[in-house]
Design a protein around this ligand. Sequence first.
Ligand code: C2E
Ligand code: MG
Ligand code: MG
Ligand code: MG
Length: 295
Amino acid sequence: AEIALNQARIESQTIATYLQGEDERYLRELMIIRDLPIAISQGQLHLVFQPKVDIHSNSCNSAETLIRWQHPQLGFIPPDEFIRLAENSGNISMISDWVLNTTIKQLAQWQAQGIALTVAINLSAHDLTNAQLPLDIKQLLADNHLPIEALSIEVTEGTVMKDAQTVIAVLQQFKGIGIAIAIDDFGTGHSSLAYLKMLPVNEVKIDRSFIKDIHTDATDLMIVDTSIRLIKGLNLSVVAEGVESAEGINILRRLDCDIVQGYVYSKPLKADEFTTWFSQFNQPNLSANIKDTVN
Ligand code: C2E
Ligand code: MG
Ligand code: MG
Ligand code: MG
């Protein structure tokens, strides 16, 4: 009887802890959803930029923009978390609008400084059901005297799955006006191969989960090797995401990967830090140094 009582005590304790955890998570999510609209008007959001490096020429001419939110009470909230909640609460287009406008402003500033870049923004499923978006973006670029190549978009396979017909039509429009499209997190979605055939994409980004152990895991190496052959066989450009070591770069170069993104080159940087990184990296002498350490 004592054992049973103890068991019951342990169980009810476990349930209590669980409920407490659930309640806390629930409260946190409510706060995030409640505060998202305020975050924009109060300037709590900012963008960071992560370089994409061409590993054949050792140069950088593109970057990805990633959103950051410093919440006054909750502190740093990972974008994976609040983007999902923004999608579920109908707030995502507000976020995407802000990202788009802020990126364009930054691009205009870089252009004025003589820095020519293609910057990729991440779009969500809901954005890709907006048939007006491609033309809005085209207009925004024109209004800011930026070439159409200044901006590109990244979408995940999951994004496309939600409403394939509508999304594909919108992607076709993006392609039609000359905006490059990348498939993000390749390998983590479902019908990867079917989508590659069907979608008007220019670039495929192999997910970090396959890249991170490439120097020690023979299975990952095989998967990445095969993916690169497939992607390049389809005449698309290939990006390896989340490369953290020089060893990783050497392997990827051998596998004929085109572009690398990862901490090995740089973490995502604030605009002014990016400007400094960019001009140093693309300087012939300095990039030779980085190249040496990486080879
Ligand atoms: P993603 O688009 O696949 O972005 C790549 C993520 O990997 C970023 O995380 C980046 O900081 C991280 N990363 C890059 N290199 C390395 C590396 O070498 N090692 C490791 N460990 N991580 C690396 P982040 O910024 O936390 O973003 C996570 C996801 O949130 C993004 O995945 C994207 O799906 C979403 N996201 C971020 N910003 C936006 C945005 O403005 N709009 C939308 N819709 N989604 C966004
Ligand atoms: Mg991305
Ligand atoms: Mg990714
Ligand atoms: Mg991701």
